[in-house]
Design a protein around this ligand. Structure first.
Ligand code: XMP
Length: 325
């Protein structure tokens, strides 16, 4: 029978045997897969591992700082922080089409990652948090026809973008490739990942960029970050974070009239997207008690400058999707 301890032991043995004295690069996102991977590799090969965190500027408020600090100070795993905020913001300026946003962000991610790998490298191996369902999905494309070995043809950055440049063909280390998501959580927990990461709600690769409908600006990002933080705070302090598959805010690029004090306002609406789901394939909007909705709405309208209205998304998936873009 499968036990996490046996898995961890065997995985560490395998990583050491595969990598030897060579160096390994890992793109850390802060999700459960890449975090578990970082722990496992660090246990196995210590400072032969280099973790890179690319901050594209679309993360939630204070998350990049928190993540880097958590890894460095608490886990003693060094992280190379790459600040690419301005680059990404410039890249999406004026772009309103959702697919175009995703394409550009995904493409730039690879670009930045490639630069980082050249600067910090050379590396022989790339560590990826490939899970069993991904292995099945990419069965043909990722296997070298000559050696039968799995090779990197893309970075699994959940950006769902295309090929790696030819001169950046790493060999792969994929110690999670036989696991399902729930098993990754068990492994992560058993090697000391905090619950905060193990049980984290899913967060899309392009991040807040696809939760600002239409054009992304620095101002809109700030507004959404503040609104999003309030949603999380109100949910966390009631201990209901795990009642949701996801609970987040979306910013709409329109403005409506309101009144505050004796002043007329003309500002953005925030949408609350609170859903339950088993696997993200289907979802239902969560029936959240009115007093919680009221608290979230009041705080957002009162505390977030630039917002004067909060609305609730009551669409299931299908026909809606969870994200708005
Ligand atoms: P939708 O919006 O398609 O989302 O109902 C289903 C689940 O997938 C997440 N999602 C993403 N995750 N990269 C990711 O890693 C992405 O580009 C992406 N887009 C959507 C979404 O948050 C939800 O959990």
């Amino acid at each position: 029978t499968w036990t996490t301890d046996a898995f961890v032991e065997e995985a560490i043995r395998e990583i050491r045997a595969r990598v030897g004295e060579k160096r390994v690069l890992l793109a850390l996102s802060g999700g459960v897969d890449s975090s578990t991977l970082a722990f496992l590799l660090h246990k196995a090969i210590g400072d032969q591992l280099t973790c890179v965190f690319i901050d594209q500027g679309f993360m939630r408020k204070l998350e990049p700082e928190r993540l880097v600090k958590l890894f460095q100070e608490q886990f003693h795993i060094p992280v190379e922080y790459v600040n690419a905020r301005d680059r990404f913001l410039a890249l999406v300026a004026g772009v309103t089409d959702p697919e175009e946003k995703r394409r550009r962000i995904g493409h730039e991610f690879i670009q930045v990652f490639e630069e980082a790998s050249k600067q910090l490298g050379p590396f022989d191996y790339l560590a990826q948090g490939t899970l069993y369902p991904d292995v099945i999905e990419s069965a043909d494309t990722n296997v070298d026809p000559k050696t039968g070995e799995r090779v990197a043809v893309k970075i699994k950055s959940h950006h769902n973008v295309g090929g790696l440049p030819k001169d950046l063909r790493f060999k792969l280390v994929e110690p999670l490739r036989k696991l399902f998501k729930d098993e990754v959580r068990k492994v992560g927990r058993s090697i000391g990942l905090p619950e905060e990461i193990v049980q984290r709600q899913p967060f899309p690769g392009p991040g807040l960029a696809i939760r600002i409908i239409g054009e992304i600006t620095a101002e809109r990002l700030d507004i959404l970050r503040d609104a999003d933080l309030i949603v999380r705070q109100e949910i966390n302090r009631r201990g209901i974070y795990h009642d949701f598959w996801q609970a987040f805010a979306v910013l709409l690029p329109i403005r409506s009239v309101g009144v505050m004090g004796d002043q007329r306002t003309y500002a953005y609406p925030i949408v609350l997207r609170l859903v339950s789901s088993e696997d993200g394939m289907t979802a239902d909007w969560s029936r959240v008690p009115y007093d919680i909705l009221e608290a979230i709405s009041n705080r957002i309208v009162n505390e977030v400058k630039g917002v004067n209205r909060v609305v609730l998304d009551i669409t299931s998936k299908p026909p809606g999707t969870i994200e708005w873009e």
